[in-house]
Design a protein around this ligand. Structure first.
Ligand code: ZN
Length: 81
């Protein structure tokens, strides 16, 4: 959802700010991805993180896995959780 969540039902009641400054709602896919990545970043040990990402790829497909992996890497790099 590159254009944020205009027209979204919850933008008024549950706005959240993404790392890149965009404001979306707490039910948005972008926000779900960011919070999931944050959880992965906080996982104990490289093996646990790799295992989680593999599980996502298996269940939701390669595109979803790559998306999450990229977000994790980005959060890791910037240290901005
Ligand atoms: Zn939304």
């Amino acid at each position: 959802m590159a254009d944020g969540c205009l027209g979204c039902l919850y933008i008024e009641t549950a706005p959240v700010t993404l790392r890149d400054g965009r404001v979306v709602c707490s039910s948005c896919e972008d926000w779900r991805l960011e919070t999931e990545a944050r959880m992965v970043v906080k996982m104990e040990g490289k093996a646990a993180r790799a295992e989680y990402l593999q599980g996502v790829e298996k269940q939701r497909g390669k595109a979803a896995g790559d998306l999450l992996r990229d977000e994790v890497r980005e959060q890791w790099k910037t240290g901005k959780l």
